[in-house]
Design a binder for this molecule. Sequence first.
Ligand SMILES: [Zn+2]
Ligand SMILES: [Zn+2]
Length: 199
Amino acid sequence: MGGPIPAAITERDGISGKICNQCKKWLPLAAYSKDRSATYGLRRVCKECAKAYRAPREWHKRWRDEHPEYAQEYRENNKEQIQERHKRWELAHPGYAAAYTKRCETMKDLPGFGYTRPAHIKARWEMWGGRCWICGARATATDHVKPIARGGAHWPCNLRPVCTSCNSSKHARWTPLAWADVRQLLYDTNTLGLPQVLD
Ligand SMILES: [Zn+2]
Ligand SMILES: [Zn+2]
């Protein structure tokens, strides 16, 4: 999970609360947004701090979307600086660029690769609410539901957001019944008291 250790829940005047990791104030639990993937199911940072953090970033993103010509002009006027920055990054991250190129090369041959644009992937993430399609935790990567190693394509319909832990436990697993459905089936048979069909 990373980041500082979340503050424990304590009581004050009969109200449960915890310390915000940002403003360090003790606040009642209602001051925190829910987050299923976080400890106690609540965010580490209070709603106010989260909003203050988000606002300038969202403003910047909106501004950038509304002024696409600015980015292009910037790129054209600062070609050398950008290249320089790129080189410095590559030096600081040895092997990464090569691995990335190799991955791109594999991806290039996949059906759907030329079609799928970042907007498609964004739409897939939005459809899943930015949550892992298997466990519902906050997603960190895009999964090929039918794995590339099993002939899975790069069409948007084969892409879903996935969390780090499910991504590493799934590997190249794929059944005609999607992995998430297997989990759901197991869950249903358990909660409904039906005989177990799978172990
Ligand atoms: Zn705060
Ligand atoms: Zn997951």
